[in-house]
Design a protein around this ligand. Structure first.
Ligand SMILES: Nc1ncnc2c1ncn2[C@@H]1O[C@H](COP(=O)(O)OP(=O)(O)O)[C@@H](O)[C@H]1O
Ligand SMILES: [Mg+2]
Length: 310
């Protein structure tokens, strides 16, 4: 299966992984790739404090989908705003919402419902996933820049907890709808972004086990970010030959730098071998860039690199 098939085989892609692995960067690149392919794409972010809009010089996102590029909209899943929207959907009228939800007792109650924020974030996502226009899905692909490993797992557990704990009512019913979405591989999958380093690889394995054993969501892509490309096979031996022939060689510092790079690269490849063999073989690799990623062009370049692995 090609990467585009693997990219478009589900409507909602959750991107998670250890913090700092590049989830937000990869999410944006995947969205740009899909949008260039003519898909209608929605990028959802879950952490407004680290809004990925800043990567491309945009102001932070909010609860209203905003156009970022042709075919690409982005929205923030913010608990407070999502709770308000959810309540408005049930109550229909703003005046009623204000009367009920601005009421201090009700606010006290809401704060006492654990995970309500996570629940309504899923609700908002479910809403966008089921949005239709002339009978067609409004979005072909929804990419969620999801929270890091531990938080992701507790988020994915929320609908199950709600179906078990809540008395019959709208909260319980919607939780069933969210579960259906998460359990259907045509509608939702979890992609993991990792690095060729020890801790991110270990977290990938842990998350993989947790979501599979607990049957939270189907696993999708494994994306290895910040990969150091292998050197041409004869560069190092040639450099060694030149330096060993001349003890004063000006190339000595270069040889040392190249050897250090090779040391870290092979160490990284060794850590990656801990991943399930199939995941490693089919993983998408993204090269480490020297300059910090910023501006649309940087993410379009990553999108191209992903596409080139078709
Ligand atoms: N392939 C890459 N090459 C170089 N820097 C990268 C790459 N991918 C991400 N980064 C940088 O790493 C940092 C963390 O990336 P980010 O996408 O914010 O990670 P996360 O969302 O997982 O916390 C950012 O400064 C980003 O520019
Ligand atoms: Mg991020």
């Amino acid at each position: 299966m090609s990467v585009t098939d693997r990219l478009f085989d589900t409507r909602v892609r959750f991107l998670s992984g250890k913090g700092g692995t590049g989830k937000s960067s990869v999410a944006l690149a995947l969205c740009l790739l899909a949008a260039q392919k003519g898909k209608r794409v929605l990028l959802c972010e879950t952490n407004p404090a680290e809004s990925l809009a800043r990567f491309i010089g945009e102001k932070p996102l909010n609860g209203e989908p905003r156009k970022l590029a042709e075919n690409l909209h982005a929205v923030a899943l913010i608990p407070r705003e999502a709770i308000r929207e959810y309540a408005l959907m049930i109550l229909k009228f703003k005046a009623l919402y204000n009367a009920v939800f601005e009421n201090r007792l009700v606010q006290y109650f809401l704060r006492a419902v654990p995970s309500l924020g996570e629940y309504v974030m899923l609700g908002k996502l479910w809403f966008h996933e089921t949005q239709r226009e002339d009978g067609e899905p409004l979005y072909d692909l929804i990419v969620v820049d999801a929270p890091a490993t531990g938080h992701l797992i507790s988020w994915m557990r929320v609908p199950q907890v709600f179906t078990e704990m809540m008395p019959a009512g709208p909260l319980k019913k919607s939780a069933g709808d969210f579960l259906e979405m998460l359990h259907d591989p045509a509608r939702a999958k979890l992609d993991i972004v990792t690095l060729p380093e020890e801790m991110p690889v270990n977290e990938t394995i842990e998350m993989d086990h947790a979501v599979t054993q607990q049957r939270l969501i189907t696993r999708g892509l494994t994306i290895i970010n910040r990969v150091t490309p292998a050197l041409g096979s004869d560069l190092l031996p040639k450099l060694k030959e030149v330096v060993s022939a001349d003890s004063e060689s000006l190339f000595r510092p270069l040889l040392e730098a190249v050897e250090t790079r090779e040391h870290w690269r092979t160490l990284g490849e060794r850590y990656l071998k801990r991943l399930p063999a199939d995941d490693l073989a089919s993983a998408i690799r993204i090269t480490r860039q020297e300059a910090p990623l910023s501006g649309l062009a940087a993410f379009e370049a990553i999108a191209k690199e992903i596409e080139g692995q078709l």
